[in-house]
Design a protein around this ligand. Structure first.
Ligand code: SF4
Length: 436
């Protein structure tokens, strides 16, 4: 968006006023692919006269196939060179170019080597996140090779951004009034292992260095770390969190499974014991730590016994938040060819059981916040007259966890995008009720 703005394009408030509709797609599991294709079909149906540019991971992964099978998309734009979007937009709107079908692909073929460096952000990018919060990508790609996962095929190997560049972006966002920096990447525990000169898990990560440098910034802000592969967890970050409360003790650690056999088949280096011991270490050092995880149900070879092991893990881990997915059989991944693929119905039923059991665990975990005071990042004014707002505590990551339902005295002036201090007075489902 920054590149397009720099070239003179403006975002239309309404798609009806736009020259091009750009659909940024996801393509790593079946449901995401379907959702992306449905988006193209429905926007083309609503605006047949507009140019549709299908951008992002789906376009990257299936350029050839989509060029033939999805004529509703007027162009395809992959994910290896974001700045090239300007060229793509210009070509799509060039009156001299004929756009009969999906004949334009604006990216290298899917098998081409990924750039060894990551393009930095240029200019001031418009923010699509909720007020007060911004995502900062610190690394792209992944060197882990979980056997079910197509992300390294789509995004390539790990390429970390240099620390000074990330610091400059964070500084700029804070100067714009951002209160929460969410550092993201496929596995940010591996941050810097590609250029630290030390590929080893324990010494190679430069995440503690990055956080240490960020900790030198003055001001009132949160830093939230999203997605650390549990086998690559750099323990020194716990020291930083202990000493600087702006680094939130919120951990998104995708454990994926609780059966030794399945973890091995998934090519995860850790085992059940190391996963549980990591949770213990984090909670011992940071008693207020909040842990979110992801479980994958129905991986090939998952038997009733493996599922029972996962239930046992769930019980022992007592995670604050949990997201469950069913296995999606992805071409070109090692798991694709594995025997004993689990029927979808069984995977869905196992997912349902896990989710049902998680409800009381999450509710119990959230109850520990009731009666205590916290900073709350305000996101939305629901009814200013009645003093009703929505926001988030540190234990709630943007868009995935519950919300803080804030009631404020009518005289209080509360603006979305700022912190307020409030007391948690109760819990409603997964949401926390906060009085300011
Ligand atoms: S660590 Fe995450 S992104 Fe990397 S291969 Fe495993 S599941 Fe995929």
């Amino acid at each position: 968006m920054a590149s397009l703005n720099g070239a003179g394009w403006v975002s239309a408030e309404d798609a009806g006023d736009a020259d091009i509709i750009i659909i940024n797609s996801c393509g790593f599991i079946e449901s995401a692919k379907q959702e992306s294709i449905n988006a193209v079909l429905s926007w083309k149906k609503m605006y047949p006269e507009k140019k549709i540019l299908l951008a992002g991971c789906l376009a990257q992964r299936y350029a050839k196939e989509l060029a033939e099978s999805l004529p509703e998309s007027d162009g395809l734009f992959g994910n290896t060179n974001p700045g090239g979007i300007v060229e793509a937009a210009a070509a799509l709107t060039d009156a001299n170019t004929k756009y009969d079908t999906c004949s334009h692909t604006f990216h290298p073929p899917p098998n081409q080597r990924f750039d060894s460096t990551l393009p930095g952000t240029t200019g001031q990018r418009p923010l699509l996140s909720l007020p007060g919060s911004a995502y900062v990508k610190i690394a792209e790609g992944c060197n882990n090779r979980c056997t079910f996962c197509s992300i390294p095929l789509i995004r390539g190997g790990l390429r970390s951004r240099p620390i000074p560049e990330i610091l400059a972006e964070c500084r700029e966002l804070l100067d714009r009034g951002i209160k929460e920096l969410c550092l993201i990447g496929q596995d940010i525990g591996s941050y810097g292992r590609d250029f630290s000169g030390d590929e080893s898990v324990l010494q190679g990560s430069l995440l503690p260095h990055l956080l240490g440098a960020l900790s030198g910034f003055k001001g009132d802000f949160w830093v939230r770390l999203l997605y650390i592969h549990p086998d690559n967890f750099p323990l020194p970050i716990l020291d930083i969190m202990q000493h600087d409360k702006r680094f939130l003790p919120y951990f998104d650690l995708p454990f994926q499974h609780g059966s030794e056999k399945i973890l091995k088949l998934m090519s995860r280096r850790g085992n059940v014991e190391s996963c549980l011991s990591l949770i213990e270490k984090i909670r011992a050092r940071l008693p207020d730590a909040v842990i979110r995880s992801t479980f994958l149900l129905g991986f090939p070879g998952e038997t009733d016994e493996d599922f029972a092991a996962l239930l046992d893990f769930q019980e022992k881990a007592q995670l604050d938040w949990l997201g469950c997915f069913t296995y999606s059989r992805e071409e070109d991944t090692p798991a694709y060819a594995m025997k004993a693929q689990v029927p979808k119905k069984i995977a869905a039923e196992r997912k349902r059981i896990i989710e049902e059991r998680q409800v009381s665990i999450t509710e119990k975990r959230m109850d520990r916040f009731v009666g205590r005071e916290f900073d709350v990042l305000v996101e939305e004014a629901v009814d200013e007259e009645d003093g009703l707002y929505l926001g988030r505590l540190y234990c709630q990551a943007p868009e995935v966890d519950g919300a803080a339902v804030i009631t404020a005295a009518q005289s209080s002036k509360i603006t979305p995008g700022v912190f307020v201090r409030g007391k948690v007075t109760g819990r409603a489902g997964f949401d926390l009720e906060v009085r300011v």
